[in-house]
Design a protein around this ligand. Structure first.
Ligand code: ADP
Ligand code: MG
Length: 846
């Protein structure tokens, strides 16, 4: 929208200029008219020219129209025609004739448009379409390119450049087209100065009233050029900064100043700031407008343009040019969806979407392009998840029976528990039971906040399997957690009289051999372990149920390793990172979802506090007094992904400081990921048995460890964690009935990160927290969903417009209902196969 100006800028204003532009268009139209005439005279036979057939020539030529400032509708009309010419060879004579008539009409329209513009005296910005300004043309050498060509085949891309691009995973032209912008800068909003507001990206056209330059009083390497601009509505300050050798050079800055003569008209695009000295634009894009009729040289002023994530040695402009120069090849993209479907769903074609995602005309075309691309991503994901689910449901599963008697294993187990199940637990158990008596395998996801009592559910389900004569597997993401589950089971097992084993990566060889034998002959009923459970030599006699704890820690890959083994046991996955239902559907569309939305009674809410460096003494005093009351303490250090060594040394340092200085009178032990498994178990056992008071730990305790006597958790550098993760960590305390504390220590540097942490102080609801976390950090980060293969903006859109997901999900169901194996949708089939290969999901579609 343009406020204060009569006419819209953007790419579609007049084409009339007294310079060569107008002549160029005329020449262009004439050449095309000639070609059309020759074809007509030859009776629509698609004549062979010097290098190309008529139709091929025309379809390329139409896209090279130099009148780049055509109205949008005209430009898309040309594009449409170009597409039609691709079918020319297979058209009937009549259709060919009609197409040529249409083309002539369009050309006539251009003429008339041009004429009316030549008469106008346009007095606004003249912006070239980016498309043209880089001199794109489909010359015969370019014609050889296709989506599958290597990038180095593009004119102007040397081996060095190609190598740099390859570090971004870009090898083929296709890859470039799929390399979506990270963001956009939208300068299409042309405003008069009075209508500009702080925080807006705008473009203004105004006259220079004052211009001065001076050295920064504080920094000798910095020079500042200041312009004061005025239009008929007001004034604004423009500041440009020159740093480094340029900033030092008086001559350079003076030469810059001389460019901006007082009285000259400039077009300026930038972000508006406001201070008590008035409005200003800092380091905006500026271009002198020589005459009202000349085109801007800039490719960015007044435009909406993409911003890409780049690597060193590739400049933003170069990369944009490269993308623009191959963008015409989007016309080669086939649409996996028929036009009727697109019309029904109000989506643009795929080629349009890919074209506009890199070259949006305005925010509306951009939104539509994004929507289509997001839709496709979701559709493929939903299709493959539903396909997988359909396939999975077709396979036979172990039939389990449920005898609801006190004598059954589950009945016995529930009766020896020191508590009764919550209503939520009872409901979820029923859901699971009704699944596993069916002949089709269960795939169920159990979401439950930390501490909601998922383990009891897991054990009950496993016992049901054992009761029916099958074996069960219980898989945890870390050794610590697997060991803990094993110990929990072992506590109750003697009364239930069955064999349970633990298998992890560090189980000694001899023991391992015995376990495998017992497993294969069926004497072991439940095997607890890490992903070592699904390594190759592990063979169950009759595997009926697999429970996967903290499933978000496992990749799709690991889950599929299990399914690909040809096993079709019932599958129960559990997660304590509760996510909104729509998101759960996207990421786990092949699973049914159960929720434990109730915590066991008798928990006192955890008192959560932010601890800045000056509050450290307070924190230590609190810890001391809690230990004196007989409680235990966790001190947690963040996982530093970049450097395991750093993480380790931080843990060792803190442990040293606490054990020798601050708490030398208490027993302080250390737990970290690099310790041998036996050492770890020893440390955890000591903590469980109250032999140690304080456990300093890296995030190995993040999941699952259950020590009800622990009442304080001090989390160092807490701003390095995600909220959902902090919430999980915090769930390690407050397990008993006594009051517990979570102390979030931070460096007090950044307001935003403090605000983020405040969320935890104010909320104890895992769903709420993960939703806020999603907004702060984006789903990719929160869920570690790189493995989902979705582009970031697709994931981002989940938080905002879930309706596309809904749409895609319904469409996927529609498609599969009428075409269960996608036999009639070969394109989609192919795309899904590609996606599966990308995710290494396996190839059941073959
Ligand atoms: P999570 O869902 O985080 O895995 P756990 O299964 O570890 O939670 O359970 C947390 C604690 O709550 C455990 O000590 C467990 O014994 C206890 N618990 C589970 N269910 C109930 C219940 N219905 N009533 C009381 N305590 C329960
Ligand atoms: Mg758990």
């Amino acid at each position: 929208m343009v406020e204060g100006h009569k006419q819209n800028i953007s790419s579609n204003d007049s084409i009339a200029t007294p310079d060569s532009k107008s002549g160029e268009l005329i020449t262009w139209v004439r050449s095309l008219q000639q070609a059309l005439t020759v074809e007509v005279n030859h009776g629509f036979t698609n004549i062979q020219g010097r290098t190309n057939k008529f139709s091929f020539f025309v379809s390329g030529y139409l896209l090279t129209c130099p009148s780049i400032a055509l109205p949008k509708t005209d430009f898309s009309k040309l594009k449409e025609l170009a597409l039609k010419y691709e079918n020319y060879p297979t058209m009937s004579m009549d259709s060919r004739r009609r197409l040529i008539v249409q083309t002539r009409q369009a050309l006539h329209g251009l003429y008339k448009y041009q004429e009316s513009n030549d008469r106008k005296d346009p007095n606004e910005l003249k912006i070239r379409r980016k498309y043209e300004s880089i001199g794109f043309s489909r010359s015969s050498s370019v014609d050889l390119l296709s989506l599958r060509s290597s990038i180095s085949a593009v004119k102007g891309v040397g081996p060095k450049q190609a190598e740099r691009l390859s570090t971004l995973g870009l090898f083929l032209i296709r890859d470039l087209i799929k390399y979506f912008p990270r963001d956009y800068v939208d300068y299409t909003s042309l405003k008069t100065i009075d209508k500009t507001q702080a925080g807006q990206n705008v473009t203004i056209v105004a006259k220079i009233r004052r211009c001065s330059s001076f050295k920064s009083p504080k920094n000798p390497n910095l020079s500042i050029l200041e312009l004061f601009l005025k239009d008929r509505t007001g004034g604004i300050k423009v500041t440009r900064f020159f740093a480094g050798s340029r900033g030092r050079s008086i001559a350079y800055v003076k030469s810059q100043q001389s460019l901006y003569a007082v009285g000259a008209t400039v077009a300026v695009s930038g972000l508006v700031k406001e201070s008590r000295y008035g409005k200003s634009l800092n380091d905006p894009l500026i271009e002198i407008i020589d005459s009202p009729n000349s085109y801007l040289k800039s490719r960015t002023i007044g435009q909406i343009f993409p911003v890409y994530s780049l690597t060193e040695g590739i400049t933003a402009d170069k990369f944009r040019d490269l993308i623009q120069s191959i963008l015409y090849l989007t016309s080669e993209i086939n649409d996996p969806l028929p036009q009727v479907t697109l019309n029904r769903l109000d989506l643009p074609t795929k080629k349009e979407a890919f074209f506009h995602i890199h070259n949006p005309e305005d925010s509306k075309t951009l939104a539509r392009a994004k929507r289509r691309i997001v839709f496709d991503e979701f559709l493929l994901l939903q299709l493959s998840l539903l396909l997988r689910r359909d396939l999975h449901k077709k396979s036979d599963s172990p039939k389990l029976s449920i005898e609801p008697s006190i004598d059954s294993l589950v009945g016995k187990f529930l009766s020896i528990l020191p508590f009764s199940l919550t209503d939520a637990q009872k409901r979820v158990l029923k859901e699971i039971e009704s699944d596993i008596v069916k002949a089709e395998p269960m795939s169920r996801l159990l979401q439950g906040d930390v501490g909601s009592g998922k383990t009891v559910i897991a054990i009950s389900a496993l016992l049901t399997a054992v009761q029916s004569g099958w074996q069960g597997a219980f898989m945890a993401p870390t050794e610590v957690l697997a060991t803990q589950h094993y110990q929990t089971l072992s506590k109750w097992i003697p009364q239930l009289e069955l064999n349970v084993d633990l298998l992890t990566g560090s189980t000694p060889k001899s023991r391992r051999k015995q376990i495998l034998t017992d497993l294969a002959n069926g004497s072991t009923k439940i095997l607890v372990g890490t992903h070592a459970l699904f390594e190759d030599p592990v063979v169950f006699e009759r595997l009926g149920l697999v429970v996967v704890d903290e499933q978000h820690r496992f990749g799709v890959k690991q889950r599929n390793k299990l399914l690909n083994k040809g096993l079709q046991p019932h599958l129960l996955t559990m997660t304590a990172t509760p996510i909104p239902r729509t998101l759960a559907l996207t990421l786990h569309g092949d699973l049914d979802v159960s929720q434990l939305d109730e915590l066991p009674p008798g928990r006192t809410p955890i008192n959560t506090q932010l601890i800045s460096p000056k509050d450290k003494t307070y924190a230590y005093d609190l810890i001391r007094s809690e230990i004196n009351k007989g409680h235990q303490i966790y001190v947690v250090l963040p996982l530093i992904e970049e450097s395991e060594k750093l993480e380790l040394s931080a843990a060792i340092d803190v442990h040293h400081q606490l054990s020798t200085e601050v708490f030398s009178d208490f027993t302080v032990e250390l737990l970290h990921g690099k310790m041998k498994s036996l050492e770890k178990q020893e440390v955890i056992k000591n903590f469980l048995n109250k032999k140690s008071d304080i456990l300093v730990s890296t995030t190995v305790i993040e999941v699952g460890v259950d020590v009800p006597n622990a009442s304080v958790m001090l989390i160092e550098d807490s701003d390095r964690f995600g909220l959902a993760q902090l919430h999980q960590l915090r769930g390690r305390v407050g397990r008993g009935a006594s009051k517990s504390y979570c102390l979030l220590s931070h460096q007090n540097k950044n307001k935003l990160s403090r605000q983020r942490l405040e969320v935890l102080v104010n909320s104890n609801d895992g769903f709420e927290i993960s939703e806020i976390d999603l907004r702060f950090r984006g789903p990719g980060q929160v869920l570690g969903t790189k493995q989902s293969g979705l582009p970031d903006f697709a994931l981002a859109s989940l938080a905002n417009d879930a309706d596309v997901l809904e749409l895609a999900r319904n469409e996927a169901r529609n498609i599969l209902d009428s075409d269960p194996m996608l036999t009639n949708n070969s394109q989609l089939r192919l795309l899904i196969k590609e996606q599966w290969e990308k995710l290494k999901i396996g190839n059941k579609l073959n």
